[in-house]
Design a protein around this ligand. Structure first.
Ligand SMILES: [Zn+2]
Length: 390
């Protein structure tokens, strides 16, 4: 099966390369904003004419409007370079990619999946551009990456890049560090079948508990980073919006956010890979994203985000490696049911109740392990199509 994978590494560009990176970021943004602006003008005109028809100033709207046209725009970049010669200094494929990004934004907008495209700001904490692979212009070596206009850039490669390189995004983070995200198309073989199934219960105390008793704890460094983030955000809220100190603090908050996101991603990748490798059928609770986003408690919000990222990872890895994820409905009382006899114990609704004994079969349960066992059972029931809980 052919899949798309992203490899993200830190790069260490020299002074010259940094200048070129900034130039291309600026030019790609210029091109993106230029074509977005052109399209917005057309859209505004269309709305105005419509308004005039509604007000009776015009009989009908003869202006049909015009969708964004990618090929026309790519051709127009050539003209644009004549009027704005600085564009010639940038990686030309990155400029073409910027036009494609406008096209993607508008396509999603036309399909009503997204709001109207917005202009890209110089003030955005993360600045980036994307360039595409054409005729060997990009290559990955042991300690370097070859990029258009930049040549060889020193890179900290932490794992082998396997697959056909499709594009590379060069990114500068708020702390002034540089990274590349290399998108490849790779061939993956399904994992061998293990003949086992598992249920996963995610929680606040431990990150995840499996029905076979495996517990993945929330690493301590998350707690430390979360506390740091909360403090930094309080300081930010006291600064005058827009002031130099506010900007500085905002960058600090962004840095901590990024650190948490990276560490979390590493952890979730490891856990999901392990589970997918060891089991064929995996039962999880279907998490409702809408409900999560309403949450205002920071620690809770962070773990909710972790779970939804984790669920997405499990799902795509299951597809890659020929395994099966079964989502169990949110209203299934996985915590309250006795995984031994099926008796429902309402007392378990109390989240503080970490362990309990079943009135009917006298089975003693650890809350999370019991819940994950029920999720496994339910997943097996749903895949087998049998009725009732065994
Ligand atoms: Zn029981």
């Amino acid at each position: 099966m052919k899949v798309k994978k992203t490899f993200r590494f830190r790069i260490y560009p020299n002074k010259n390369q940094i200048t070129f990176i900034h130039k291309t970021i600026g030019c790609a943004r210029f091109v993106y904003n230029y074509f977005t602006g052109k399209q917005k003008e057309k859209d505004i005109y269309w709305y105005k004419v419509n308004e005039m028809v509604q007000n009776g100033q015009l009989l009908q709207n003869n202006w049909k409007g015009e969708f964004f046209n990618k090929n026309k725009a790519i051709k127009a970049v050539r003209e644009l370079k004549k009027n704005y010669p600085f564009l010639k200094e940038a990686d030309s494929i990155a400029l073409q990619k910027a036009v494609e990004n406008v096209n993607d934004s508008y396509t999603r907008y036309y399909k009503k999946q997204k709001r109207a495209p917005r202009f890209k700001s110089k003030k955005n904490p993360v600045q980036s551009y994307t360039t595409k692979y054409v005729n060997g212009n990009i290559a990955v070596f042991d300690k370097h990456i070859k990029l258009p206009k930049l040549g060889l850039v020193r890179m900290a490669k932490s794992r082998e890049v396997e697959g056909r390189i499709m594009n590379v995004t060069v990114r500068r983070n708020p702390a002034g560090k540089y990274f590349v995200s290399i998108l490849v198309e790779a061939e993956v073989d399904p994992h061998e079948k293990t003949g086992t199934s598992v249920g996963i219960d995610v929680g606040l105390t431990d990150f995840a508990t499996l029905s076979d008793g495996t517990v993945y704890e929330n690493p301590r460094f998350f707690r430390t980073l979360e506390e740091k983030l909360a403090k930094a955000q309080v300081i930010l809220s006291r600064r005058q919006i827009g002031s130099a100190n506010w900007q500085k603090q905002k960058r600090k908050v962004a840095r901590i956010h990024e650190k948490i996101a990276n560490k979390r991603k590493d952890m979730l990748n490891k856990i999901s890979a392990e589970i997918i490798k060891n089991h064929d059928i995996i039962g999880i609770e279907d998490l409702s994203v809408k409900k999560m986003l309403k949450n205002r408690n920071l620690a809770k919000l962070i773990s909710d985000v972790s779970w939804s990222v984790f669920q997405a990872m499990l799902e795509y890895k299951a597809t890659w490696y020929g395994k099966q994820i079964v989502k169990v409905a949110k209203n299934y009382p996985s915590s309250q049911l006795c995984s031994h006899c099926g008796h429902q114990n309402q007392d378990v609704k109390n989240l503080a109740l970490r362990a309990w004994t079943c009135d009917i079969c006298q089975c003693h349960h650890q809350r999370d392990v019991n819940a994950s066992r029920n999720l496994r059972k339910e997943a097996l029931r749903l895949t087998a199509g049998t009725v009732g809980i065994a």
